[in-house]
Write a protein that binds this ligand. Structure first.
Ligand code: ADP
Ligand code: ZN
Ligand code: MG
Length: 494
């Protein structure tokens, strides 16, 4: 197990408890468009470096940007799903700074008038639900990707892939509403799921289509004012987000307890050393000299277009969970797992539509199907069991044609072979044995072979009854009707 930061730093739990963390996240999301935000170049991931470029995204003098309508549509979709107010008029601005991944010397972003403001999402953490505010969502262009040979400190060569330059991004800034690393984790998970459901991004942290910067400060519990915040960049996984926050919170508390102060700065998560390192202090921070982008008209999202986009939103995870609980009488936990992805949720509903009861459909999917998929390290999309095939199996159990024990074996065969339940049951002679004389024969045999247990049972040891049931089920390869086994054993043993 990884040693927690508090152990490492040696801060006592009661000292930690004196402070309250305050966290706000800034999340960059690549929008799923075919072409870039201001030119016609492809946004495909993994193409030959620098093959998807043109004079516009390479920032050559004399070129002019043309806004991709689809990027505005996607960002509007995301804004609406995040309960934001989408403004009819917003504006692009130039954010000026020099870096080799930014050939124009400025990034086209939105500043004073962002596309959307004032949203929220509901996040569950520790059994409680909480609204986390979303300050703003704005559109901007991505920069190129830098690749370093060797580690950054000792890099001998740097490569730049301009394919990513000009990819549409939306930046989603949260309010400083989170109070624990786990809450930040839950926020990012919920946000990611909403963006996935709305189809605005593939939100893949490994490929960089979802990137997160965390702002964190601490204050003495009960205090109204926020402490000095630090921004942590380079958090390319959920785990790093949580670890970096834990590390920073304890670093802040350690400094304050030692009579020091926190300086406002940007830090980087150092994954090999398990700590954050200072990157630049806020005093030396850039003055970006924002000004309105003169080459682009203000962005106009009419009320009609906005409502059209709203109308096309799919059912969102939260609503789907509530509906699943209400209409299929499943637990909130089951509903949460079943709505992890739309594909899984659709599969569940298709099994029910094919005639299986909701509760048992949920059980079969959550325990057997997901269990076997994870055991065999296969993705849900690779499952060979069609919804109707699972419904058929469930109904064979519900109607008493096969026992629950046999059904699990049939399921395993279906999972490996793709054959149908009915076919497997017929071919392997697995139908439930309700013929009481066959069960009685097996029961008499088990009793005859276990005189000691019979004596125990007769002496009042009720627990041993389960042993007899188990033995008879085993003798009938799990196919005997469990109720009949019980009745017959009780009669023969009394
Ligand atoms: P900056 O001007 O430094 O970019 P912003 O006010 O724009 O700061 O906030 C950036 C992010 O930092 C937001 O997500 C916000 O919620 C968060 N934030 C602001 N103040 C604090 C604070 N004191 N502690 C933690 N997070 C904060
Ligand atoms: Zn281009
Ligand atoms: Mg800011």
């Amino acid at each position: 197990m990884v040693k927690s930061v508090s152990e490492a730093a040696g801060i006592a739990p009661d000292v930690l408890a004196k402070y309250e963390p305050v966290i706000g996240l800034e999340v960059h999301v690549q929008l799923l468009t075919n072409s870039k935000i201001f030119c016609g170049c492809s946004t495909r991931f993994g193409d030959t470096p620098n093959s998807n470029t043109c004079p516009v995204c390479l920032g050559l003098p004399g070129t002019l940007p043309v806004l991709n309508k689809r990027a505005v549509e996607m960002a509007t979709r995301a804004s609406l799903a995040l309960n934001c107010t989408v403004h009819e008029h917003s504006r692009f601005a130039r954010k000026n700074y020099f870096y080799p991944d930014l050939p124009k010397g400025y990034q086209i972003s939105q500043y004073e008038l962002p596309l959307a403001t004032g949203g929220w999402i509901e996040v569950e953490h520790g059994g409680a639900k909480k609204r986390i505010g979303i300050t703003r969502l704005h559109l901007e262009e991505d920069a190129a990707k830098n690749l370093h040979e060797g580690f950054s400190q000792s890099a001998t060569k740097a490569y730049i892939d301009y394919n990513r330059c000009g990819t549409p991004l939306c930046e989603i800034v949260s309010e400083p509403d989170m109070r624990a690393p786990e809450e930040a984790y839950a926020y990012l998970t919920t946000l990611r799921q909403i963006l996935l459901y709305t189809g605005v991004s593939d939100v893949n942290m490994e490929e960089g289509s979802l990137r997160c910067d965390a702002n964190v400060s601490v204050r003495v519990r009960g205090s109204q004012e926020f402490g000095t915040k630090v921004e942590v960049k380079n958090l390319n996984s959920f785990r790093f987000l949580q670890k970096a926050l834990e590390y920073e919170i304890e670093r802040h508390i350690g400094a304050l307890e030692g009579g020091g102060r926190i300086s406002q700065e940007t830090r980087l998560w150092n994954q090999s050393a398990n700590r954050t390192d200072s990157m630049r202090s806020k005093e030396k921070a850039h003055d970006y000299r924002y000004f309105p982008e003169p080459d682009l008209l203000p962005v106009h999202v009419s009320a009609a277009w906005r409502e059209e986009i709203r109308g096309a939103l799919p059912e969102l995870p939260e609503a789907k969970r509530a509906r699943f609980v209400a209409s299929y009488s499943i637990t909130p936990y089951d509903a949460e797992v079943l709505t992890t992805s739309q594909a899984l949720a659709d599969y569940f509903e298709a099994v029910v539509a094919a005639g299986a009861p909701g509760k048992s459909s949920a059980n079969w999917i959550l325990t057997e199907l997901l269990g076997r998929l994870s055991e065999s390290r296969r993705a849900f999309a690779d499952s060979r069991i069609a919804p109707a095939a699972l419904a058929e199996l469930i109904n064979l159990v519900e109607s008493g044609k096969i026992t629950a024990a046999v059904a699990k074996r049939v399921f395993a065969t279906m999972f490996d072979s793709g054959r149908s339940a009915g076919e497997i049951v017929a071919a392997e002679g697995l139908a439930q044995i309700s013929d009481t004389s066959a069960i009685e024969l097996a029961a008499r045999d088990v009793i005859a072979k276990n005189p000691e247990n019979v004596a125990k049972y007769k002496a009042g040891n009720e627990g041993v009854f389960k042993f007899f049931v188990g033995q008879v089920m085993r003798a009938t390869r799990g196919q005997a009707n469990p109720q009949a086994v019980n009745d017959i054993l009780r009669r023969l043993l009394s």
